[in-house]
Write a protein that binds this ligand. Structure first.
Ligand SMILES: Cc1cc2nc3c(=O)[nH]c(=O)nc-3n(C[C@H](O)[C@H](O)[C@H](O)COP(=O)(O)OP(=O)(O)OC[C@H]3O[C@@H](n4cnc5c(N)ncnc54)[C@H](O)[C@@H]3O)c2cc1C
Length: 246
């Protein structure tokens, strides 16, 4: 994408509040492969924090909403206790209501041991201008395990043309083309995005079944273009998501 107008700059560094290597360490129990993917692909209404459609947020053996599941000894059919059912119902309602809050879509990226990892997130917001701070809210996911180690992340704000990547990095369906990355400050960023930020983790706060990762902006850059929106579980332009019955 040809940059029409471009702002680029290095955010001035301020003192690190928390050593990046330790920020968020041990905030969540480790991800269990068996508990992954029950809700991904839902793209369900409100797939952002809270209940960002993150994998395993209701997985077995966790302290999350699914923790109250009781397994029937004879049939093996999982049944929710009344309390757990109420928790699930509240979570569903919150997800549905939050789905009415139209957002942009980002891909959060980081790199570890020479490998790039990306995930879709819409729980992204700006926190402070001086110093420049942003926040991402992550549920139980691979990225949450990596950030204490990598201490830095990239944000790529998706354009309308990048809808396939929104689904791809939410593990919903593979994109027809391989994602390509550009590098800034040794952090990978999705090529062709509307905006890029590189952040260093300065603080992390557990909040319910999510962790709020506060990052100080080290690099940013933006292009003109039309954003990809997420509304009531659908991706598209505002007109598209409305036409499809949002
Ligand atoms: C609109 C929307 C918004 C969401 N917002 C949030 C949110 O704010 N917070 C939250 O916690 N969850 C959110 N989710 C859910 C989240 O995107 C998924 O749960 C995601 O699968 C979590 O990723 P992960 O780190 O566990 O990695 P994985 O699920 O392992 O990876 C995600 C996908 O990206 C692919 N991928 C990763 N790295 C690469 C690479 N280098 N090259 C090619 N493909 C790669 C993987 O193959 C996989 O398909 C959202 C989902 C949607 C649809």
């Amino acid at each position: 994408m040809a940059p029409v107008s471009r702002r680029e700059g290095m955010a001035r560094l301020t003192r690190v509040a928390v050593p990046a290597e330790n920020a968020g360490a041990g905030l969540m129990p480790p991800l269990r492969p068996a508990s992954r993917r029950p809700s991904e692909g839902s793209g369900a209404a409100g797939a952002g924090a809270p209940g960002a459609g993150g994998p395993g947020t209701s997985g077995p053996g966790t302290s999350g909403p699914g923790a109250g599941k009781a397994l029937q000894p004879h049939t093996g059919v999982a049944r929710l206790t009344p309390k757990a059912a109420a928790v699930e119902e509240a979570a569903r309602s919150l997800r549905q209501v939050m789905g009415r809050f139209a957002t942009g879509v980002t891909v959060v990226t980081t790199t570890s041991r020479g490998r790039i990892h990306g995930m879709t997130a819409n729980a992204f917001l700006s926190v402070s201008l001086r110093p420049p701070l942003v926040l991402i809210s992550l549920g139980r996911c691979r990225m949450n395990e990596m950030l204490p180690r990598t201490g830095r992340y990239g944000i790529s704000v998706l354009s309308r043309q990048q809808k396939d990547f929104a689904g791809h990095f939410a593990a919903q369906r593979p994109a027809p083309t391989e994602p390509r990355f550009v590098w800034e400050r040794e952090i990978p960023l999705l090529e062709g995005a509307l905006a890029h930020l590189v952040c260093r983790v300065v603080d992390a706060h557990p909040a319910g079944d999510h962790v709020l990762w506060i990052g100080e902006v080290e690099y940013l850059n933006a292009h003109e273009g039309e954003p990809l929106l997420f509304f009531t579980g659908r991706f598209g332009t505002l007109r598209e998501v409305q036409q499809r019955g949002g």
